[in-house]
Design a protein around this ligand. Sequence first.
Ligand SMILES: [Zn+2]
Ligand SMILES: [Zn+2]
Length: 224
Amino acid sequence: MELAWPRRCVGCERLGVLLCERCEAAAPVIATERACPRCGAPYGVLICTECYATDGPLPLSFSAAVSAYQFSGVAARLVTIYKDQHERRLAALCAERLARAIPRQWLGWADLLAYIPADRAKIRARGFDHMRLVAEHLTTLTGLEVCACLQKKGGEDQRALNREQRLRNLAGMLECVCPERVSGRRILLIDDVITTTATVEAASAVLIGAGAREVRVASVCRVY
Ligand SMILES: [Zn+2]
Ligand SMILES: [Zn+2]
């Protein structure tokens, strides 16, 4: 594979590495201690404005969220190249960056690792479910057990929609296929990019509805 399709840096296309030192240093890391404790958005040491609407805090089904990077520059290229150019070798890199961002205490807290599944059409086109692959690498790094408890029934691409449209679109789109495994458990839910929190919120609501005790969220990137 290296001969036919040598690895290239996702930032500068340098040959031989997936992320070179220079691009790594330029990646927009989110410092957890400087992020919103609720949704993980950067620049919100206290609860951020998005989480705290004028009529009080937005009700969320997950209790906390963290993200490794802001969705820009090298980090945006990392997830985009992984998803859209099907560079599977980036799954391990995404998992490694997630493992760095997830607070150590969460690893002892979590009973199960869940992920946001891709649309069936996308899985067919890519030949793999991209967050499942990241979850499997994350299992190797953390020892957490992966559960394919969420499944998507269908749905269109979310990228061009606003938060309300996304929530409407997602209502009934995700289902928990193994409530018996989820019930009473603490679940760490991972995704590639959190844009409006609508997707992770819908997924957390499904898991809580299936009996999960608590859900926390971690993503590779966060749009803010
Ligand atoms: Zn580079
Ligand atoms: Zn927030």
